[in-house]
Ligand binder design. Structure first.
Ligand SMILES: [Ca+2]
Ligand SMILES: [Ca+2]
Ligand SMILES: [Ca+2]
Length: 292
């Protein structure tokens, strides 16, 4: 065992030595890869937070949450040659997880599990502003689309987010009706002011509705008490019109973070109806909101 540890230490020193040698020339692709890896707002959170939504509906499970099994590293697809000084990229990151779900309302947590095989995708635009300068060879992130979460399993996806809108009071401060929309990192992301009442609205689609309700919608991230919240369409808690297909969650912005990853997460009611079938079906969109 001692010899083994010694070998590991030597290898670690050798590899540190390699890192110290500065590369002669870093390619645009390598610089962009480093920029994307180091940028906090490119991150696509796994939506594994637990919620304050229990008991909001009799059709809902007693408890449920996603548990990450593994996340693959980010894959970048360059949509053009970065030599021209600007480049559009697709970022793909698979995730393997399980849905822990307990549908028996008895106060005991005895969940079943459902496999989650998802892929998260978003697109970026990067620009070379000051060639050859640090960091990242002068490459900066200028635009970003929302992150889109989709099934990558054998199950056909039937539930989809269609829109997201953020209001501060009555003022619309950010909206998205296509996950292909690019937003300027500088001035196109939602900005939230601590202490203000903010409303997140979303429309969703069920392509093959069989149940009533046909899906459940959740907000992730905005409020520190719980990372996950039930979005309702019953005309209460900030929802303006009951039954109009616009789901709402509203909250007072707290000043505890510099930014919040805000996602809308739709889950098929058929997925939530039992704890034994391998029928996980969900879709989501997410975007970073900044603190004013
Ligand atoms: Ca139970
Ligand atoms: Ca509504
Ligand atoms: Ca089912």
């Amino acid at each position: 065992m001692k010899m083994f540890l010694g070998t590991v230490a030597v290898l670690a020193l050798l590899s540190m030595g390699c890192v110290e040698d500065p590369p002669l020339e870093v390619s645009d692709e390598a610089n962009i890869q480093q920029l994307v890896a180091s940028s906090g707002i490119v991150r696509m959170q796994p939506l594994d937070g637990q919620g304050g939504d229990e008991g909001k509906s009799v059709e809902m499970p007693e408890f449920w949450f996603r548990e990450i099994i593994s996340e693959s590293s980010m894959e970048l697809i360059f949509e053009n040659d970065p030599a021209i000084g600007t480049c559009t990229l697709t970022v793909i990151r698979p995730i393997y997880a399980q849905l822990n779900i307990d549908v028996i309302h008895d106060g005991e947590f005895e969940p079943g599990t459902k496999s989650i095989v998802d892929v998260r995708t978003r697109r970026l635009i990067v620009e070379r502003r000051n060639e050859g300068t640090a960091p990242h060879g002068g490459w900066v992130l200028t635009h970003i689309t929302p992150a889109e979460y989709a099934l990558d399993s054998d199950i056909p996806q039937e539930v989809f987010v269609q829109s997201m809108a953020l209001y501060s009071g009555d003022e619309l401060i950010w909206e998205c009706s296509s996950s292909d929309t690019f937003y300027s990192v500088e001035d196109g992301l939602p900005v939230l002011v601590p202490g203000t009442l903010v409303r997140l609205e979303s429309e969703v689609l069920h392509a093959n509705p069989q149940m009533e309700p046909d899906c459940f919608v959740f907000a992730h991230g905005p409020c520190p008490t719980w990372p996950r919240h039930f979005m309702n369409d019953d005309g209460l808690f900030g929802d303006i019109t009951p039954g109009d297909g616009i789901f709402t969650y509203e909250w007072y912005v707290e000043g505890t973070s510099d930014r919040w990853f805000i996602a809308v997460d739709v889950i098929d009611a058929d997925t939530m109806a039992d704890q034994v079938e391998e029928d996980y079906d969900s879709g989501a969109w997410g975007i970073f909101a900044l603190k004013e």
